[in-house]
Design a protein around this ligand. Structure first.
Ligand code: ATP
Length: 449
């Protein structure tokens, strides 16, 4: 194994450039100069995002016998957003610079600028803060009047609450139970920067857990710990994760208690997921506004009550950034820089790449056949171009955990070289053992710090 040494870590510039160069993430509408803060997922990015989503979905629904999924519409009855409090409360305080016309979130600029009414960019005069609602408004149907106003959902949670009774009646679940959902959400964010960290269109993975009110604290603690541990299973380094408890001034209008799981991004510690005790706020409000009964009857105790909700709310697109930032690594190998994405094998967009050592003497055909067989098990990639070392490096850079090289010996004894991304170690194994070996290595994968 070649000697290696760490040379430097991740920066946003390196990440954004790698994502574009290798087809993870592109600027939206790039040929028209780009739409700011909107991003498209390329061939490798969409695979990564789907794998993260599947990992979460399995963790929530398959591994828990009391959590089921739904997929609610993005567009909902406008009354939903009155009941949820979003029409009234989902606002950010904004200030405008009268000189350079830039707009800022008042809570995100230095206090002294705000006190002196001075623009942090140009020193011009700032307006007083105004509350700005973050929901995207549009009209349904041909007539643009107040009666036709609808909103693009700013969170996926409400689609779960309004379906609480439907799910309860059709699934015959008993409290405590959960409903999970993954989907797009939209917020008219003013300060969108840092790549896909904060965008106007994004995806959430939310699970709402309905509990007996006196047990809210117990379930809150349960989910708080479980969600933290989940990120470790996902392969994220523990030293990059921490909790942040919301103080009284930070709590959302519906929350009794809230903890964020934060990740240390290249631009600092920021929220990745929120765990909230939403009490009976949402179901109570929907009962009031819809006039429908959303209570739960405990058939043992005959007690009827409005369940409390413990919410785990994670950003899918934000998790993509976490996984990319956390995986990015550079090291020096034999005097050259090696860029490697150390994804957990279950998340890597390509699981195995297959190379013939040379194209001639039937090795290319042999390698193609091996690759074709492996497609039944994994996402694979075939590459016969360039020196073998360069082919390995190209796969390291997109995080492919396993490379298989077919050489002259393969023709004789049907064995190949299996090379591991992280250690660069190579072993010789029979072709028929490849799938089982890769599955075993993936299941036992532990990232070295
Ligand atoms: P902030 O205070 O940073 O605006 P928030 O506390 O309002 O965020 P939540 O409403 O709790 O965020 O949303 C839950 C999760 O959804 C967040 O932890 C984050 O991962 C994701 N998320 C929220 N807003 C965005 C956004 N604009 N872009 C990408 N992901 C987002």
């Amino acid at each position: 194994m070649a000697a290696s040494a760490e040379v430097s870590g991740v920066t946003m510039d390196k990440l954004v450039s790698l994502c574009k160069r290798r087809g993870f993430i592109f600027q939206s509408s790039e040929i028209y100069g780009g739409l700011s803060s909107a991003w498209d997922y390329g061939p490798l990015g969409v695979e990564l995002k789907k794998r993260i989503q599947n990992f979460w979905w399995k963790e929530m629904t398959q591994l828990n016998d009391n959590i089921v999924g739904i997929d609610a519409a993005i567009m909902m009855h406008p009354k939903v957003w009155e009941a949820s409090g979003h029409v009234e409360n989902f606002t950010d305080p904004l200030v405008d610079c009268k000189k350079c016309k830039q707009r800022f979130r008042a809570d995100q600029i230095p206090k002294e600028n705000l006190e002196k009414h001075i623009c942090p960019e140009c020193g011009g005069e700032l307006t007083d803060p105004r509350q700005f609602n973050l929901m995207f408004k549009t009209h349904m149907g041909p007539v643009e009047n107040d009666a036709s106003v609808i909103y693009l959902r700013p969170e996926t949670a409400q689609g779960i609450y309004v379906n609480f009774k439907n799910v309860l009646q059709t699934s015959r679940l008993k409290i405590p139970f959960g409903i999970a959902q993954v989907g797009k959400a939209f917020r008219n964010e003013i300060t969108t920067k840092n790549f896909i960290f904060r965008t106007c269109e994004f995806e959430q993975m939310e699970m709402q857990y309905f509990v007996y009110p006196p047990e809210d604290e117990k379930w809150f603690e349960f989910w708080k710990e479980k969600r933290f541990n989940y990120y470790k299973t996902l392969g994220v380094r523990e030293k990059k994760l921490r909790f942040h408890q919301h103080g009284p001034n930070e709590l959302a209008h519906y929350a009794k208690k809230a903890f964020d799981i934060e990740y240390e991004f290249p631009f600092g510690w920021k929220e990745l997921e929120g765990i909230h005790n939403r009490t009976d706020y949402d179901l109570k409000r929907h009962m009031e506004f819809s006039g429908k009964d959303l209570t739960y009857l405990d058939d043992q105790s005959r007690e009827r009550y409005i369940p409390y909700i413990i919410e785990t709310s994670a950003g899918l697109t934000r998790t993509v950034l976490v996984v990319l930032s956390d995986a990015y690594d550079e090291e020096e190998v034999a005097g050259e820089k090696r860029v490697v994405l150390r994804f957990h094998p279950d998340l890597a967009p390509i699981t195995a790449a297959v190379f013939p050592l040379v194209k001639k003497d039937g090795l290319a055909e042999l390698a193609k056949n091996i690759e074709k067989d492996l497609r039944k098990h994994f996402t694979t990639f075939y590459d016969q171009g360039g020196a073998i070392g360069r082919r390995y490096r190209r796969q390291d850079e997109v995080g492919t955990p396993f490379c298989i090289t077919v050489d002259y010996q393969t023709k004789e004894d049907n064995t190949v070289t299996l090379r591991f991304r992280d250690s660069m170690e190579q072993i010789r194994i029979p072709v028929k053992e490849i799938p089982a070996r890769i599955k075993k290595e993936s299941a036992e994968y532990r990232r070295k710090e």
